[in-house]
Structures are given as C-alpha cells and as structure tokens.
Design a protein around this ligand. Sequence first.
Ligand code: LLP
Length: 418
Amino acid sequence: MFIYKNGELTCEKVKLSEIASEVGTPFYVYSQETLLRNFRRIKNAFASLNPVIAYSVKANSNLSILRLFAHEGSGFDIVSGGELIRVLKAGGLPEKIIYAGVGKSIEELTLAVKSKIMMVNLESEAEAEILSKVAQNARSTVRAAMRINPDVEAHTHEYITTGKKENKFGVSYKSAPAIISRIARLPNIEFVGLHVHVGSQILDTSAHVSGAKRLASLLGTLRSEGVEIRTINIGGGFGIGYMDHEKPMNVENLSRKIIPILKKTGCRVILEPGRFIVAPAGMLITSINYVKSGDQKQFAIVDAGMSDLIRPSLYKAYHRIIPVKETSSRKKIEMDIVGPICESADFFGKERRLPQVKAGDLLAICDAGAYGYVMASNYNTRRRPPEILVKGNRFFIIKKRESYDDLFKGEEFPPHLK
Ligand code: LLP
C-alpha cells in the first residue's frame, strides 16, 4: 500500500507529499488497508482454532487504530492501567482484554478487576497474592493465567528477548507447577490458563513452537495434579522484514506447525501480535533541513529526531529510508540520515545509499507503525508529531501535532519562584 505512482510515493491512493503540505513534517502515516490485511492474515492463518487475537496495544495505541481492530473483533493485550482505559475508550470489550506486565500496581489491578477484564497474566506468586486481596476487597473474582518463562532462545535483539531464564518475565518452567497449585487455591482467583511470550521480532518459527510445546507439557503435568487449564496464550513476537533480505515470519507456516500442538490441549487459544500487524502499515515522513558534507561523511539532517522514533538509537534498529519523490538520476551517494537532537545517537540510518537529495526533500522511514509514536518523547522540548490514517483516497488526522502549550501542561512554579 506504499508504492510509487508517477515517481511519487503514495499511501493507498494519497500522495505523501500532499499530506506533508497540509500537515507539515514530521508525521506518522498509517494505511488502514494494510492494518486490516495484516490483522486478517493472522486471523486466517489460525482460523481453525478460532483464537482470541489480543492485539498488543503497546505497539501502537492510537484510539482510532484500536477502534479499527475492535471492529474486526480483536481482543487486546495491555500492560498498564493507562492502556486499559485507552482500550475501553476506543470501544474494546473488557471481556477480551488481557493484562500482562511484571510490575502491575494495586491501583492498576483494582481497575482491571472492576472492569471485569478477560484475565490477568500473572508474572509472580507475590502478584497473585496481591491480586487475590484486590479481588476480595472489590468483592469480585478475577480470572488469572500464569506467564511461564520457557527459557528458549529467540534469536533477536537482547533488549527484546523475554523468554530466557535470565529475563525478568514470568515464573520458571520448573517452578511453575508448585506455584500454580498454590495460586489456584487463592481466594477470589479463578485460575484459567498458561501464557508465554518468547520475545519480539522473531523471524523463524522454532522459538514459538518450542514455547508452545513447553506449555503443552506443563499443562499435562498440571492436569494430572488436578489443576484445570482452559486457555493457552502463545504471546506475540511475529517478526517483520525491516531489511531487504529479511523475510517476515511466515505465520501460515507457524500455524501449520503449532496448531496440532495447541489443538491437543483442548484449550481456548490466545495470540498477542503487535508489530506484525502495525509496523509495516506505518511510515514516518520527514523533511530534509540541511545537507552537509563533513570531512568523512555526508549528512542529511532531517526534521524528525530520536524523540519521534527512538528504535535506531535504542536498539541500533534498521529501518529502510526512501525518498518520497523518485529521481531520474541513477547516481547514489552514501549518507548518514540524522536528526536535530543534541545526541550522537540521534540517527535514523548510517551509510545509506540515497539518490542525490537536497534541503526540502521528503524522506520516508519505513516500517515505523509499531513502537514508533508510542515510544516518542518530548526530549529537547520537541512537540510529538501528528498521526495520519489513510483510507483509500482520503486521509484523516487521528492525532494532532502537539502544541507548545501541550509541552508545559502540568508544570507549576513553587511559591518562591512565582
Ligand atoms: N505480548 C507480550 C507479553 C509482550 O511483552 C509483547 C511485546 C507482545 C505481546 C507483542 O510483541 P510483538 O508482537 O509486537 O513483537 N520496543 C521494542 C519491542 C518491545 C516488545 C515488548 N513486548 C521494539 O521497538 O522493537
């Protein structure tokens, strides 16, 4: 849905340069058609299980995007009270909300219990005890699942592996049976299932398959001990092709391998995909402010910065960068594409071969629909950019660019400085 037509990069049927002249740069742009296609691709691949697809809100939590998925029947994987309120505001059904996270506060757990969400994914025994008390205080019961750390290698960036034993997530595979049999007896907790998330941006199917096998065998042990298990949640983590040579996770292949394992359990299956659905559906469009030749390098200094998209700075993540207007000249030069922020880590791409570009030209940073806007900040007192949703030949501002007033909201002078 992002293709060149007559030399101009378009999103669906809208020229990106047209959006730029209307809303200014930088901005995020999402293709509704791509969002829906990617969601449906996962839905179709796993259709024979009729799973709950709990879209992982952390990847992109814009209200319109959540509502779009809610209309598709999506559930939601959340990690904070804020995300819970967001999903409800977008029209998501509480009975399809799943709450994960290692550090849920009492306030957040109370909100979850009172909202009657589908289930809480517990990450420790201590959390289970707190949740039980919270539910008792609210005179309510709450469904809970246990997140299992399967200790499998996921071959991804060390910051986003989550299923290794040195990671902070879940309880170990070994300690799980004893912990779960205690949790299942806690008052006001209805223990329903097992959860695993092996990591993020995973391209081959083996880690997910191992994770599912581990859950299935643990489930056998638990059942033999009289613990009833009704749901099995295999998390998210399906990777996309950020680089030209990278192939996205083949979800149909994964489903062929994993469906038999999951079917045998007789459980309701839950998936928590985020990136796979939204990353390729979004771009960050930025304008070149300056082209500068250093002693060794050429720089394109753009108006977006690490405050808008932090993934390259934080994970050395690779995002393809392409010009919005195709040029006729075949000549390419090597450039670093950097932002205006006072940090050397403020870059989007290094030693990229781009056609001769000049100040004023627009560049598109690809695959920015996931962990883009949601990780943006106001560093250097910069306003966060707008988010635009394209549908066919129309585009809509689904989040306005922040105003300067927004930047000072909530700040107050103490009496001695008034
Ligand atoms: N479920 C759980 C429990 C998770 O922790 C995550 C992601 C997901 C689902 C969704 O994973 P996905 O399908 O999007 O891979 N900021 C990093 C990614 C952090 C992912 C954290 N957990 C990045 O920009 O790459």
